[in-house]
Design a protein around this ligand. Structure first.
Ligand code: GN1
Ligand code: MG
Length: 396
């Protein structure tokens, strides 16, 4: 980590209610959006780690509203877990460390918002699933997350990013990008643009069902990427769901859809060898079993029926967002090479095709679910494609 960053973190660290002195800090995985660091402190002779994170103000326009949501959600999760008599609660939900003035964030001299969490030890994240058992665990973890928040008291949560999964609006933004072609890149993405145009009709299916009252609004995570689940290194159990910035009123189907997108292909999100990108039915089957083991109790029949469709829709929507960002000059997602967003788009669209080819089989799996198998844990996890050895928390 560059010296100036280390110095900045030293200064940030003094603003939070952390007792002890900072020893060193490291960059945690840099996500597409926020910046995340882990820092080690000496507390009474023991080494303790914390996570410091800078919120992306370009993406989250109202960081205090984000943090208000997070405080309410984390408090509720903790209370529910306590009531259930669950052990290791600080490894099962995020713990916010307040700033010295008691607020859940600190604003630095550039006007950037920082927050701090307890570091969760003994967990790891993966960019791609290593076994169907991991998909089961991820599905269960996000299903439980939704289920624990069903009775969140108080007013409606803030919409931290309005219309986040409004696929119709995402499509309109894509059309505008094609039309204006501000970075003069449309000619490079002709095939992908055609691919997207042919699928406009799917963009309104869930929105229309919600508008007609066929699908209820719920509190949802909205960014259920597989790497947002912390898995216990020793047991493989999904311990904690992180990246809570987009927890807000939404549709349960979008959460499931993003799980399909990020667990069922053996590849990374930006895999360039498209022959490797495919929806693996046995993984999907485990994902469904894990998710419905927790969410089956509250989902309506309409929601349940649309689970496979949601996988296709969110994979399409995410591809569309990458494509739009490519066309507009990479303004939103952090990229690590030229053409990165176009590569990401191609991977998503290849997965959409694979889902389309297997949609009926996926539907049969969902339709015959009847309470499902009892919870199973993955026996053994192969290690590989880990984003962070030993830990990762709250990264975005
Ligand atoms: C972003 O930063 P990360 O990786 O958690 C994005 C998600 C996308 C995802 C695609 C706030 O999530 O919506 O699905 O990239 N988050 C936001 O990898 O836009
Ligand atoms: Mg995120």
């Amino acid at each position: 980590m560059p010296v100036y960053e280390e110095q900045q973190l030293q200064e940030i660290s003094r603003q939070f209610q952390i007792y002890g002195e900072i020893l060193h800090a490291e960059t945690c995985k840099i996500g597409h959006i926020n910046e995340t660091y882990s820092a080690t402190y000496d507390q009474g002779g023991t080494r303790v780690r914390y996570v410091h994170q800078k919120i992306n103000r370009h993406v989250f326009k109202d960081p205090p509203a984000v943090m208000e949501n997070l405080e309410r959600v984390c408090r509720h999760l903790r209370q529910k877990l306590e009531a259930r008599g669950v052990s290791q609660i600080t490894r099962r939900c995020l713990t916010i460390v307040p700033a010295r003035d008691g607020r859940p964030y600190y604003v630095d001299r550039n006007g950037d918002y920082w927050r701090t969490f307890l570091f969760i030890e003994g967990v790891q994240t993966f960019e791609a699933v290593q076994s169907p058992g991991q998909a089961f665990e991820a599905g269960r973890a996000f299903g439980e997350f939704q289920q624990l928040l069903v009775d969140l008291p108080g007013p409606r949560l803030h919409e931290t990013i309005p219309d986040f999964h409004n696929t119709r609006k995402r499509f309109a933004a894509f059309l505008e990008a094609v039309e204006k072609d501000p970075a003069n890149r449309a000619r490079e993405a002709r095939a992908e643009i055609e691919f997207a145009l042919r699928r406009e009709s799917i963009t309104g299916v869930i929105l229309d069902a919600m508008a007609r009252g066929r699908i209820p609004e719920r509190i949802t995570h909205n960014d259920t990427k597989f790497n947002n689940v912390l898995m216990d290194v020793a047991t493989g159990e999904a311990m904690c769901v992180v990246d809570l910035d987009t927890v807000m009123p939404g549709c349960a189907l979008y959460d499931f859809g993003d799980m399909v997108r990020t667990t069922t292909s053996p590849t990374l999100e930006d895999e360039r060898d498209l022959s490797k990108v495919r929806m693996q039915l046995p993984v999907f089957e485990k994902l469904v079993a894990g998710y419905l083991s927790a969410a089956g109790a509250f989902l309506t029949p309409t929601e349940r029926r649309l689970l496979p469709f949601a996988g296709k829709l969110i994979t399409f929507e995410t591809g569309l967002r990458f494509l739009t960002d490519f066309l507009t000059g990479d303004m939103y997602f952090r990229i690590h090479r030229p053409g990165h967003n176009l590569d990401r788009c191609r991977t998503q669209f290849k997965l959409v095709e694979s889902i389309e080819q297997q949609e009926e089989a996926m539907q049969r799996i969902v339709d015959r679910w009847d309470g499902g198998p009892t919870r199973r844990r993955p026996r053994q996890l192969r290690v590989g494609r880990r984003s962070v050895a030993g830990h990762s928390t709250a990264e975005s």
